[in-house]
Design a protein around this ligand. Sequence first.
Ligand code: 5AD
Ligand code: SF4
Length: 482
Amino acid sequence: MYNDNPTIKGLNKTIEIDRQGEVFFQETAAPGNKYFYIESYGCQMNFSDSEIVGSILSEVGYQPTRNMEESDLILINTCSIREKAEDTVRKRLRIFDKVKQQRPGTLVGVLGCMAERLKAKLLDQEKLVDLVIGPDAYRDLPKLLATAEDGDKGINVFLSREETYADISPLRLGSNGVTAFISIMRGCDNMCSFCVVPFTRGRERSRDPFSIVAEATDLFNKGYREVTLLGQNVDSFKWINPETEEKVNFAHLLEMVAKVAPDLRVRFSTSHPKDITDEVLHTIARYENICNYIHLPVQSGNSRILELMNRTYDRDWYIERVKSIYNIIPNCAISSDIITGFCSETEKEHQDTLSMIEFANYSMSYMFFYSERPGTVAAKKYEDDISLEVKKRRLAEVIRLQNQISYKSNQADIGKTFKVLIEGDSKKSDQEYKGRNSQNKMIVFPKQEGLKPGDYVYVKISEASSATLRGLISEPALQTIQ
Ligand code: 5AD
Ligand code: SF4
């Protein structure tokens, strides 16, 4: 596949474009080409954004490389959600500095939430950084690159109310060719008091659903068999057709994507307990290819803490949503995000989080201790008064309980047969495949001739740890759980 217009003007130079078929990563740079290296941290949305950045760069003659030592441009797509995430980025910048010293002329750019949060301050703090670009400004990259190549610093941290990158076809970086992310909306309007995201990613906006369906169709035609629809709060997806004034909500969108092909699995993340509707749950139940898995962050199991967090639901509301999920989709797995040691949290309130983990029977959770973020409502209004020691002890208790529950839930799967989408070789052996069931559990099983990534197989589970299921391909498929 060669670009039929092999030269384009950009960056004050004429650059030869040679896309070399479907090969996205080159081990060594061919002369005449420019190479970019990109690292992504944080949420799935950042990984998805990096693929949009990759597409924009490929339009101006850059190819991706896995080898930062040979790249002309090093980018880091950053996360600000906790202090630790920012510390990691700063450490990586020290490493990039070494590469830059050995290869003068290499440009270094900071993208994403940390760029947005710190803006020009980042250029003062980190002298090696040439480019600072916020999540809504990636279209400006070619222009900013030209500025940086002329020796100036390039910065754009403008947040948009409209940008959804709907027309940009992402360059699938490091893809397994089977599963892909599709970003369906950007920003967040929720203002949870602990969270920096509304400040770094701006106001919520939904993408044109027809462009989402087109992207899913294109992926399916290229052999992909699973898409994950991404947004900070997918349940508040809302798009109004400018011509017909018809409203498209998240349930409608799920249905539209599910109809692309019965063999295309549909996942989505993240759901918000205040917004997830029974209409969404019934849509999931109706379509075999919409996965029975909901990531429904609770954050805390205590109503007073939820109020301080401005989550706009209480414990009873959350419990009712969980009950509805298990009623309407009996085989559904639910996972969560949990924060321990939020401002003023008592031991008794912490116990409410533990009991919620048990009640909801989460298949897994992402668990954190509270990290105060500058500029958030919690930082302004509440004292960060739980000691690090207590935060960490509570976190350890949460993790221990979640591991027990995950282990029990996985043990209960022994003897069951699941439909699994093969994603590739298992981490440990090229004699085994790995894939997921509808409930998003990772399953490892010995390979069988004639099967390849992207195929569906039925696997009967014979062993389970708290993280992985193991089994054998069943022949013929017995009673199956989708
Ligand atoms: N401290 C700890 N965890 C946080 N999260 C968001 N902000 C913070 C913070 N300040 C967690 C929440 C959210 C997940 C993406 O990160 O659980 O759902
Ligand atoms: Fe942050 Fe809350 Fe928005 Fe999630 S829903 S991104 S936790 S403000």
